[in-house]
Design a protein around this ligand. Structure first.
Ligand code: SF4
Length: 465
């Protein structure tokens, strides 16, 4: 490909959909574009390029992207405008998007962002000549980890830090292995250097990211990225990595998402339970509490194994908050099988649960093998029943926090009022308190005495330090 040079600062507007990994990828894309002279605008009316970094996991993320594309039609009729679709939808729905969306000029999948600046510049040049030509880069890579790119970060308190990319698990409902490719882990020394750099920039918290973050493994002796931790294959696993990151001077808190229940060796549980800088929160996606459904989903654990893991976590440290993901109405799920899930949610007592109706994703194992045969009405009913129960559980757990004083990291203004601070407790609960008389700044750790609690938020006052 010929490199196209930039002769003026084209303004890019980026919209990000979906998970934290996409937010991180947007920061990578900003860095790659900035290095080639692009500038950024929050106002899409003033943009030369509009990019949508998309998610293919949930139906509503799809609909939102198509909605935004429809809105861009009018804008594009009035003037030159390059429209790009990035991320998982670009990878998974490239045929659909190229056939039905003449509006889209550039498609780039998650492993192809290094090519994005050139694709955009070519699209701008072609458009300015009054021509139409689509640029596409959707190859998946076994090696790309963007290890040498420092993301252009916008959040001053927390920094996302991807430690691995892709996923080898092939859960039958999930599109990620097809949109983000096979698992690859970054060199731990690069991750530690990046953490030191983040501290120097003023970040107090890092959140380690990966589609299956706790399957991280790296053989520093071989420079290889594959192997079997604990079996003499790899000398770095996730327990060692997260401890090394938490030991970087100046880091106050380390979080991680999203883990898989099958990858929690005792060393990792001990690290989360015992290291003062590793936050006491584990997101532990259950998906279903029934063994037949778990098997159909390809989740590689049983209900008993999951509950044993919960037990192991709580025996080490009862303060660790657990959150989860649930899918209701997966292919052929009966009422009895759903009730198994209901009972696990009831018994575990999660701090929060993200509950979804099953929705078939193109190219997945489930789409190829299992009919999506539970009606929408039954799926919705099951979601409502779990959400209703979980709401009561979360309210009860939060009420138990009243009277306690908890270390809270200040994140910024509260959503409802700029006269209040919003922060996060170690266990990830949102905390809100009055700014009046407070000398706190974003990133500070402040003791807050909880006086009131709702289902999602703790309210309190600053205690003397
Ligand atoms: S572990 Fe399963 S659900 Fe998670 S990204 Fe991989 S395939 Fe998808």
């Amino acid at each position: 490909m010929n490199l196209v040079t930039i002769d003026r600062a084209y303004r890019v507007h980026i919209e990000t959909f979906g998970c934290q990994m996409n937010e991180y990828d947007t920061e990578l894309v900003r860095s790659l574009l900035k290095a080639r002279g692009f500038t950024f605008t929050e106002d899409r009316e003033r943009a030369d390029v509009v990019l949508m970094n998309t998610c293919a996991i949930r139906e509503n993320a799809h609909s939102k992207v198509y909605g935004h594309l429809a809105e861009l039609k009018a804008l594009k009729r009035q003037r030159h405008l390059v429209v790009g679709v990035l991320g998982c939808m670009a990878q998974n729905l490239k045929e659909e998007l190229t056939e039905t969306e003449p509006l889209v000029d550039v498609l780039a999948g998650p492993d192809s962002y290094r090519r994005l600046p050139d694709l955009l510049l070519q699209a701008i040049e072609v458009q300015e000549q009054g021509l139409k030509q689509r640029g596409m880069a959707v190859e998946l890579s076994e090696y790309e980890t963007y290890d040498d790119i420092l993301p252009e970060r916008t959040d001053g308190v927390n920094a996302w830090l991807a430690v691995m990319r892709g996923c080898d698990n092939f859960c039958s409902f999930c599109v990620v292995p097809y949109t983000r490719g096979r698992e690859r882990s970054r060199d731990p020394q690069g991750i530690i250097r990046e953490t030191e750099h983040l501290v120097a920039q003023g970040h107090k918290q890092v959140t380690l990211l990966g589609q299956n973050v706790n399957s991280y493994q790296f053989d520093a002796r071989e420079g290889a990225r594959l192997g079997a931790p604990g079996a003499g294959g790899c000398d770095w696993d996730f327990a060692r990595l997260i401890t090394a990151v938490a030991d970087v001077p100046g880091i106050e808190r380390v979080r991680f998402t999203s883990p898989h229940p099958k990858d929690f060796p005792p060393a990792l549980l001990d690290a989360v339970a015992g290291h003062p800088k590793i936050c006491k929160h584990i997101h532990l996606p259950l998906q279903s509490g029934n063994d037949r459904i778990l098997d159909l989903m390809g989740r590689s654990y049983t209900r008993t194994e999951y509950l044993d893991l919960v037990d192991g976590i709580r025996k080490r440290n009862a303060e660790i908050a657990l959150t989860t993901d649930i899918i209701c109405g997966f292919c052929s799920e009966t009422e009895e099988e759903f009730l198994d899930t209901y009972r696990v949610v009831q018994d575990v007592g999660f701090h929060a649960a993200y509950v979804f109706k099953y929705s078939e994703r193109k190219h997945t194992i489930a789409a190829r093998k299992y009919p999506d045969d539970v009606s929408e009405a039954i799926k919705s009913d099951r979601v409502v029943r779990i959400v209703d129960m979980q709401t009561g559980i979360a309210f009860r757990i939060n009420q138990e926090m009243i009277g306690r004083t908890i270390a809270t990291m200040v994140e910024g203004d509260a959503k409802r009022s700029s006269s209040q601070w919003k922060g996060r407790a170690d266990n990830s609960l949102t905390v809100v308190w009055e700014k009046d008389g407070s000398r706190a700044r974003p990133g500070d750790l402040v003791p807050i005495t909880v006086s009131r609690a709702s289902v999602t938020t703790l309210f309190g006052t600053e205690a003397p330090a």
